[in-house]
Design a protein around this ligand. Structure first.
Ligand code: MLT
Length: 408
């Protein structure tokens, strides 16, 4: 008899963004004439930077000729892309990361999900609340939690992110083995200072723990004092893996390109306490289960590091940050408390006592605006909504006018 992985039975029936999409489709079907502005899932709307488009076309032409055609590429990514990443994303910011420590992939979502298969089933995991649901759901699928009760999975150490701590969690009170951190944060839009991050690195070293640092939104950091990478913190190489994505940085949500950094001296331990190299394990995993990102996509991705590409991605981030500022200012003018929207494309809004899903429904029904209910990111998200800055400036202006009218 074929049997299922019963851990799946512990999960909510649908993934958060699928559930929202379902509700929005039902609303649209019932109200076919209503205009809907989507500021829910962080999906970009602007075209790829011109440098990426040009490189993409050129690479496709290469694939059209036997003499320049490419078959399987290196599972870890082409050297031309890995070298450009190491140079511009790390060395330029004083982070000591070499090209061969970078693993190019088709998404930070899958990498953050897949990485957990390197670790033992019985480790103790610390996960922020609220959190990007992938970190939690994939550990549930892997059987690292007990049942779901009262908005929480048994066995997980939740790191509460609240307005009291500025949405930057305190260190756990009991030792944990694996820690998920994401800054600039999804969903709260909060950022972390170098001193705060250094405390986590120090904690990981003292506890022989590992930090999974999701830096998918680093392109939105404009404050030069804020760390763009955990490797700007001394000692992080031994205790942290970092995830990056071109989805929001360069408009690649549909094109798919991301990367994961596993430093060569980053370790985890076996049951006898012997250290093992995570670089070698991740390399083994990727070479076995992954065949790399397509050549044209990698060529297109590498173009963001060219001179025109660097300017164009900066302009892209600035465009969305202008939207974020408008959302933040508009909601604050309506008397709502907001976090994020500065150095981040997400604005986290306290609903003045209205529940998350009620606020979501109200904005959808009265204003035709889709947001994301904070409760979908965890128990501490109840009472909040997240508004994303990924849309055109004109649509954001329209959405804010409609919200103002609806909340009058
Ligand atoms: C979000 O809206 O939280 C993100 O777009 C989801 C993702 O990147 O997978």
């Amino acid at each position: 008899m074929i049997r299922i992985n019963e851990n799946y039975l512990k999960l909510n029936a649908s993934y958060l963004f699928s559930e929202i999409a379902k509700r929005v489709s039902a609303f649209q079907a019932a109200n076919p004439d209503r205009e809907i502005i989507r500021l829910g899932i962080g999906d970009v709307t602007r075209a790829l930077p011109q440098a990426c488009v040009d490189a993409f076309h050129k690479a496709i032409d290469e694939m059209a000729s036997d003499s320049t055609f490419k078959g399987y590429g290196p599972e870890q990514g082409y050297a031309f892309l890995r070298e450009a990443i190491a140079e511009h994303d790390f060395k330029a910011n004083g982070a000591d990361i070499s090209a061969d420590e970078i693993f190019v992939s088709d998404g930070a979502k899958c990498d953050t999900a897949n990485i957990q298969e390197l670790f033992s089933e019985d480790i103790i995991i610390a996960i922020p609340d609220p959190v990007y649901p992938v970190y939690l759901d994939t550990n549930v699928m892997a059987g690292r939690t007990g049942k779901f009760a009262d908005g929480r999975y048994e066995g997980i150490v939740y790191l509460e992110c609240t307005r009291e701590n500025g949405f930057v969690p305190a260190l756990p009170e009991k030792p944990v083995d694996l820690i998920y951190l994401c800054f600039p944060n999804n969903p709260t839009g909060s950022t972390i200072t170098k001193d705060q991050l250094a405390k986590w690195v120090d904690y990981a070293k003292k506890n022989k723990a590992l930090i999974l640092f999701d830096a998918a939104y680093e392109a939105f950091i404009t404050d030069p004092a804020l760390p763009k990478s955990i490797y700007e913190i001394e000692g992080a190489r031994e205790v942290a893996i970092e995830f990056r994505s071109l989805s929001k940085t360069a408009g690649f949500t549909g094109t798919r390109c991301a990367y994961t950094v596993v430093p060569k001296n980053c370790v985890a331990y076996d049951s006898e306490g012997n250290a093992h190299n995570l670089y070698a394990m991740w390399n083994r995993r990727q070479t076995t289960k992954f065949n790399g990102v397509s050549y044209p996509v990698q060529k297109s991705a590498a173009a963001i590091y060219s001179e025109p590409g660097r300017t164009q991605v900066k302009e892209l981030a600035a465009y969305y940050l202008k939207n974020a500022a408008l959302i933040r200012e508009s909601m604050m003018a309506l008397g709502y408390e907001c976090t994020g929207g500065v150095d981040s494309p997400y604005i986290w809004i306290y609903g003045k006592g209205t529940g998350s899903w009620d606020f979501f429904n109200l904005l959808l029904e009265k204003a035709g605006v889709v947001c994301t209910p904070g409760a979908g990111f965890g128990r501490c998200g109840e009472g909040y909504i997240r508004i994303s800055a990924f849309n055109s400036y004109e649509n954001v202006q329209k959405a804010m006018a409609k919200i103002k009218e609806a909340l009058k």
